[in-house]
Design a protein around this ligand. Structure first.
Ligand SMILES: O=c1ccn([C@@H]2O[C@H](COP(=O)(O)OP(=O)(O)O[C@H]3O[C@H](CO)[C@@H](O)[C@H](O)[C@H]3O)[C@@H](O)[C@H]2O)c(=O)[nH]1
Ligand SMILES: [Mn+2]
Length: 674
């Protein structure tokens, strides 16, 4: 079936039911892309994401794309300028031939194109070649820019970047493409580059800070009633996604049902059988849809369409007087209240008033003038409404606050998948990401905005609270996991036991529990079409993540509670996944403390196993269960076992091994004394 036709007819139905008459009445959408570091996040990826956004199937005059650059890098700006030139030929090409993959690097890397080329017209082939050359030129320009970054001549348009320290600089806003200036023939959205002000004395609040600046800046410039946000690596994989999202946003009977629409996070070029356990295919299918079933899919930080007024803190219209208790943002605000809530930019207050009514600004727009005013609201002192601070997972916290005000959300899972991004590869990157999540989720759990508090004081329902708790308690699992992993070793070392003996009937209870868990999870993988290997890798990584990354996250939250150190947002490295050294899925290590707990647990099991089999208390079968458990732990930590003997990035550094050996020794001595 023609998907576009289908979506459009569906949309027009949805539109009609919400009082609009034609597809031309589709509401404007502001699109936000955050980037932070041109090294960890190669500009070519950001550029592809931006191009794919500019090329979506949606009226271009309704779209504006804002790119935040926390790296304040002339390379990012330059790449975007070049990308917008390429987009001028790329976007019409995609629309003319209804190309499905609109991120050029994906389109040109797919093997399918132009094989069996007899099906394609000569005209297409010529244009295809032109696009391919155009993209190759763009890619090589960006590559050159990255390579010569040391010797940039920052003149002309780039002069503003000279002498900029990336943690101490004024705001830079640059309109790369202004729709009003270009002729009507060029149907391309606005493209605006924003590098917000940063000062050492002001906390910059990482991604949440960047999102808030984009929200305010776009509020002044385009003020679209809907906003989409994506991470810089998350390109549009389904060009009709905006239409799908609008069906949900405009088509629900009660606006309250669709405070935001979340598309699940999926990744491209995932490694075979998910060796790092971070592709979340099964999680999205079961947990994701389960939570969607109770109307509160979590906000995942990327691939999400928000109503602007929801982000500004408003409540659903139909909750009347209760709204005043839940949020300062309600219908009849006095001027003083407006100043307090939205800051002292008159333009911003005016635009916020429109946004709260769900409208766009109707006054004619003169971008250059607005950009002047936008500098004020991009300043680091201008902090009002928006994404929530105080947790490394600003996304979940922001979503929770929205649900707490009575909004519900929707899950959007079109085929093909809406957005695709990079899943981390390699031990250290993957662990750092997991640690940040565990940290952020625990910060929310113990904070004053925890779901329990929100349920008691606001409009979160008990079942929503439980859904949030199941996510937020991730990091806490590290403690029981660690205890259970150490227990069999402890028992062997001290010649005690925690399991019944093999001939006691009670052992069947344990076996039944274990087997039913294994069978149940296996069925989940089977039904999702994944292999047993993928199942095993995820099981194994769940143990490794819990005992290393989540434990470190737990500890960093404790340190925060005692004000010893604050938590930070470490940017995840994104790579283009073309490094084919044949060992792609192999676990890698670095000297980070994050690997110490796992190595210690492994050394303990090995010690226990050696002691156990030497002592041979096995004669009557006692201690068999414990020893099997130890072996299980060793198998889960197989990548670590290999790491003990491997060299380079595949080996556990000696310093880590020494630290772990010391800890393991202490444990053995203490256990023996007890
Ligand atoms: O100071 C910062 C730090 C990060 N980012 C951006 O935030 C996004 C997410 O960062 P990333 O390092 O890719 O984190 P991930 O672990 O991949 O992200 C997941 O988890 C985050 C919360 O921990 C969410 O914000 C993300 O949307 C979600 O994809 C990226 O676009 C970054 O450029 C900034 O703009 N400023
Ligand atoms: Mn990411």
């Amino acid at each position: 079936m023609d998907l576009l036709g289908f979506s459009l007819s569906y949309v027009s139905h949805a539109l009609r039911s919400s009082g609009l008459s034609m597809a031309q009445d589709l509401p404007p959408v502001d699109m936000f892309v955050t980037s932070a570091d041109p090294v960890l996040e190669p500009s070519i990826l950001t550029v592809n994401t931006v191009i794919s956004l500019l090329a979506v199937d949606y009226p271009a005059d309704k779209l504006a794309c804002y790119v935040s650059d926390d790296g304040c890098s002339p390379i990012t700006y330059y790449s975007l300028v070049e990308a917008s030139k390429f987009a001028k030929i790329w976007v019409p090409f995609c629309k003319k031939y209804n190309i499905q993959t609109r991120a050029p690097f994906r389109y040109f890397s797919s093997e399918l194109i132009l094989t069996g080329s007899c099906n394609y017209s000569l005209e297409f082939q010529q244009e295809y070649n032109k696009m391919k050359d155009g993209y190759e030129e763009l890619a090589s320009k960006i590559k050159d820019a990255v390579e010569k970054s040391m010797e940039w001549d920052l003149i002309g348009d780039f002069a503003i970047f000279s002498n900029m320290e990336h943690k101490n600089h004024p705001t830079i806003i640059k309109v790369i493409r202004d729709q009003n200036e270009a002729g009507l023939s060029e149907a391309l959205p606005h493209l605006i580059y924003v590098s917000r002000e940063k000062r050492p004395e002001h906390p910059h609040r990482y991604k949440a800070g960047a999102m808030n600046v984009l929200t305010r800046v776009s509020g002044l410039i385009t003020n679209a009633p809907f906003m989409l946000n994506v991470d810089c690596d998350m390109f549009v994989n389904n060009p009709q996604i905006f239409l799908h999202a609008m069906c949900l946003l405009l088509g629900s009977k009660n606006e309250r049902e669709s405070g935001f629409v979340q598309c699940p996070q999926y990744f491209y070029d995932g490694l075979k059988d998910d060796p790092f356990g971070n592709q979340f295919v099964v999680g999205n299918k079961y947990m994701g849809r389960g939570v969607a079933g109770i109307q509160v899919p979590f906000y995942e930080g990327t691939g999400c369409f928000h109503r602007r007024k929801v982000i500004y803190g408003s409540c659903p219209d139909d909750i009347g007087n209760q709204a005043k208790r839940l949020t300062p943002v309600h219908g009849d605000l006095s001027y003083e209240e407006q100043l307090r809530i939205f800051g002292d930019s008159k333009e911003f207050i005016r635009s916020a008033a429109y946004a709260l009514q769900g409208k766009e600004n109707i006054s004619p727009k003169n971008l250059p003038n607005l950009v002047e005013a936008a500098h004020q609201v991009a300043g680091c002192g201008y902090e009002y409404v928006g994404w929530q601070y105080g947790a490394a997972t600003e996304d979940v916290l922001t979503g929770l606050m929205i649900h707490g005000r009575g909004w519900r959300s929707l899950f959007c899972t079109p085929d093909p998948r809406a957005f695709l991004g990079c899943a981390p590869r390699g031990g250290p990157i993957s662990m750092a990401q997991q640690k940040r999540w565990a940290t952020g989720l625990l910060e929310i759990l113990i904070g004053r905005r925890s779901p329990i508090v929100t349920t008691v004081t606001a409009r979160l329902q008990l079942r929503h609270c439980l859904a949030y708790l199941s996510l937020l308690t991730w990091g806490l699992r590290s403690i029981p996991e660690l205890c259970y992993a150490v227990l069999p070793a402890y028992c062997t070392i001290t010649d005690s036991s925690f399991l019944p003996e093999v001939h006691e009937p009670a052992i069947y209870i344990y076996m039944a529990l274990f087997l039913s868990y294994v069978i149940y999870t296996l069925i989940e993988y089977h039904e999702t079409g994944l292999s047993i290997r993928a199942w095993w890798n995820n099981q194994r990584m769940a143990r490794i993540n819990a005992m290393n990354a989540w434990l470190c996250g737990f500890i960093s939250v404790i340190l925060k509670v005692f004000r010893i150190s604050d938590t930070v947002f470490e940017v995840t490295q994104k790579d283009q996944s073309s490094s084919n050294d044949g060992d792609e899925g192999r676990f890698t290590f670095d000297a980070s403390l994050i690997f110490v707990p796992g190595t210690t647990v492994l050394l303990l099991q090995l010690t226990a196993l050696i002691m156990g089999f030497r002592g041979m208390q096995l004669s009557d079968g006692s201690g068999l269960g414990e020893r099997l458990c130890s072996i299980m732990v060793v198998i889960c930590f197989w990548p670590f076992l290999k790491g003990l003997f491997a060299k380079g990035k595949y080996g556990i550094p000696l310093s880590t091994i020494f630290k772990s050996a010391f800890l393991a020794l202490c444990f053995v001595l203490l256990a023996k004394r007890a």
